[in-house]
Write a protein that binds this ligand. Structure first.
Ligand code: C2G
Length: 741
């Protein structure tokens, strides 16, 4: 029996691992302007130790700490919280979310006679969103820990508007979070969360409101910050679990709640409505991606038997058809309607604008042509989205050209970049042209080093060889904490990456270190080819010096100077527009020329995502911009030393055993906020780390060329370059191309 305290708010927070988020969450509760609170924290069998901060809190008399014997789930934990709660009000808070500093105060002040009151929830896209002034209902997700002091900065007090909404409308999103609920209401209506599934449990908490309440107040003031889908690896949010698992859970919940509430008209209507909307959102995906057709056919069929069919009259014909045949167990007829459903969906999406329509027609044509038999000797190559003729795909292409002329090969190229590439000898085909479509849809192999567009469906007999494009220092894909690139959100980026990497059949890895990272960052569990990088074969080839001299001659570069190659990476958060990144040239060319101009020249090489045109007129004969050159490999070969930062270029360059300098003027920001690293860069970088041009000059003057007696360099070489021997392309070809004849 609850012992109710007048006006006290019991905040119930279950948590499982993710200590850094829990701390921020708790801080936001402790910093509440409303002081009569009790915080019930339920450790749901975490395997992480509690942080010192959390341990130190346990003696605070506002805290009630409960530890489950093992992982029991959010519903179980919240239910225990309800039993222990002593407050007049209860508030459910997720442990990776946070409250604005006066959230509880405004909710208590405004609840009046209602059984509950809700505030406005802000979904975080970027950690910087926390500073955006108050607004009304946004969407998306977040990432980075947010300091609670920052939260306290949010002190401007916008006008509070109270709206009365029907519970149906209020709980449209299916979440009970962000509401201050009277304990009396919870007690009277025996509100408990359904413990039979891990997800969707809020629905069971919402139903009593649907049954007993006509209107509920909602305030327009922001009270709650919701993170979603960020720390996907350690604590996958519901949405990131495989769709099969989610559908199984949802149907189980629907069946069980029907047993409990099926006789109550309002509750039944609510349950059926959410079932139908869930069904429409998932059915295409479940039957498209799932190998368990029979299982899901039966499962949906079982649920549909309970559905009140009078609800279906407002549904489109194909949905009604599907549902009818699911119920009758007629798989063939069901599939017919499902195909119609997919067509209708694609068409609906396709007619939203001219660009989409073209894409729709193109995609349909692609799908149609990919039904023709695959061409076994046809291979499509692409490098960096068609911008270059380079990298691992080029090395594989050249190896095949020299050793297996039986293959018919094409090089996919972005027409906007074509004029900068070699004009003869490469069988280009323009990306997304009609010819490209015919070739790509029927090719046996796709070989690329970056992602293919997600809207291109991979034909069932095509083998996709993903070579990737570098040993990672910077955190990649699912391992990134927050994605700062423009035009996407962390959640969207990770989701799309996940989808694309499902299509990869083989992935090339340059070393054991990368294999391990690729497995987790790309969630890749198919065949890894740990072969070394084909692009690095050139370093071990007999024509390497010849290629370097020919290059110098062709481009009129001086014979009597040494070459400094400056090849930095790009910055996710500095851009002109989507896909076009900024780069401030922090290397002072004037100073370099004054100090080193007698002996050296500088080759600038920006990353392919960087869209800057440097004006080097003042440095003629000293600085040359080779950013648009088709392949960085030539630049490695002609250079005597490399200046870079966090780019994967240094893993490749180490093969030459020439000196490297790391010009990392923004290392703290880059390591901290922009990307994060996989290892202790300062300790392991195979060359000096410097932050100013003066230090670069100093390092060049004091540079030793003897890498063999340099322990740090040798350790580095042994760890990252040990597989490189000039035969990586051969290994890849044997494993992928020749084995799949
Ligand atoms: N590159 C280049 N010129 C630069 C930087 C990079 O030509 N100035 C090429 C190199 O081949 C390099 C590759 O692009 O290996 C990847 O560049 P990174 O700077 O490492 O950055 P990114 O494209 O983000 O890839 O696993 C590696 C990561 O994915 C990094």
């Amino acid at each position: 029996m609850m012992n109710i305290n007048k006006q006290k708010v019991s905040v119930i927070i279950p948590y499982y691992n993710s200590m850094e988020f829990v701390e921020i969450c708790l801080n936001s509760v402790l910093a509440q302007s409303y002081s009569d609170i009790e915080i019930i924290i339920i450790n749901d069998g975490s395997d992480e130790e509690n942080s010192n901060f959390l341990e130190s809190l346990l003696t605070d008399d506002r805290i009630v700490y409960i530890k489950n014997d093992r992982k029991r789930g959010v519903a179980f934990s919240r239910n225990i919280g309800i039993e222990k709660a002593a407050g007049e009000y209860i508030f459910f808070l997720d442990s990776d979310d946070l409250l604005t500093s006066d959230a509880l105060e405004v909710l208590v002040e405004n609840i009046q006679d209602s059984p509950a009151i809700f505030g406005t929830l802000k979904r975080l896209v970027r950690s910087s969103d926390i500073n955006v002034p108050n607004d009304i209902e946004e969407s998306s997700d977040s990432s980075e820990p947010i300091e609670s002091e920052e939260l306290l900065k949010w002190i401007d007090e916008p006008k509070v508007i109270r709206k009365e909404l029907s519970p149906r409308k209020l709980f449209k999103g299916g979440s009970i979070l962000n509401g201050l609920i009277k304990s009396e209401f919870i007690r009277k209506n025996h509100i408990r969360f359904y413990e039979g599934t891990e997800g969707y449990t809020d629905i069971s908490g919402i139903i009593p409101f649907i049954i007993h309440v006509e209107k509920l107040p909602k305030l327009t003031i922001r009270t709650y910050y919701k993170r979603a889908g960020i720390h996907s690896i350690t604590n996958p949010a519901l949405i990131q679990r495989p769709i099969e698992e989610r559908v199984r859970e949802f149907i189980k919940l629907y069946l069980d709640l029907n047993k409990e509430y099926g006789q109550i008209e309002t509750a039944k209507r609510f349950l059926d409505r959410i079932f139908l909307s869930y069904y429409r959102r998932t059915v295409i995906y479940i039957f498209k991606d799932s190998n368990n057709f029979d299982e899901f056919f039966k499962l949906y069929g079982k649920a549909i038997k309970l559905l009140d069919k009078s609800r279906l009259s407002s549904q489109p014909m194909h949905i009604r058809g599907e549902i009818k045949h699911l119920e009758r167990g007629n798989q063939k007829k069901f599939q017919k309607f499902l195909r119609l459903h997919i067509e209708a969906r694609d068409f609906r999406n396709g007619i939203r604008g001219v660009k989409r329509f073209k894409k729709y027609v193109y995609k349909k044509a692609f799908q149609y042509i990919s039904n023709f038999p695959v061409k076994n000797n046809l291979i499509m190559f692409e490098s960096f989205l068609g911008k270059q003729y380079s990298d691992n795909p080029r090395a594989i292409y050249q190896y095949l050209k020299d050793h297996h002329p039986e293959y018919k090969m094409y090089w996919s190229v972005d027409p906007r970049f074509k004029k900068g590439l070699p004009q003869t000898g490469v069988p280009y085909v323009n990306r997304f042209s009609i010819k490209w479509l015919f070739l790509t849809a029927r090719a046996r192999f796709w070989v690329t080093n970056s992602r293919m567009p997600l809207w291109i469906p991979k034909p069932k007999n095509t083998i996709y060889l993903q070579t990737w494009h570098g040993t990672p220092l910077k955190k990649l894909a699912q391992d990134q904490k927050e994605v700062l690139m423009p035009g996407t959100t962390t959640e969207k980026y990770k989701k799309n990456f996940h989808k694309e990497s499902r299509n990869w059949d083989y992935l090339v890895s340059p070393n054991r270190y990368s294999t391990e990272i690729f497995r987790s960052a790309f969630q890749f569990d198919k065949q890894m080819i740990e072969s070394g990088y084909p692009r690095n074969d050139v370093f071990y080839s007999s024509v390497r010096d010849e290629r370097a001299s020919a290059f110098k001659k062709k481009h009129g570069l001086p014979e009597d100077k040494k070459f400094i190659l400056y090849a930095p990476t790009w910055r996710d958060n500095q851009y002109h527009q989507v896909g076009q990144y900024k780069m401030d040239l922090k290397l002072d060319l004037e100073k370099l020329r004054n100090e080193l101009g007698e002996e050296y020249i500088v080759i600038l090489r920006m990353h392919y995502l960087v869209a800057e045109n440097f004006d080097l007129d003042a440095y003629q004969g000293f600085a040359y911009d080779f950013s648009k050159h088709e392949d960085i490999q030539d630049l490695y070969l002609i250079s005597d030393l490399l200046i870079t930062d966090y780019s994967s270029v240094f893993f490749d360059y180490a093969n030459l055993k020439r000196p490297m300098i790391f010009f990392t003027y923004d290392i703290d920001e880059y390591r901290g906020d922009i990307r994060g690293f996989y290892f202790n860069f300062e300790e392991e970088a195979p060359g000096p780390i410097v932050k100013t041009t003066e230090e670069v000059i100093e390092a060049i003057k004091n540079m030793s060329r003897d890498q063999d007696s340099n322990k740090r360099f040798n350790d580095f070489y042994q760890r990252f370059c040990y597989l490189e021997d000039g035969h990586a392309a051969e290994r890849v070809v044997k494993e992928v191309i020749l084995k799949n004849k």
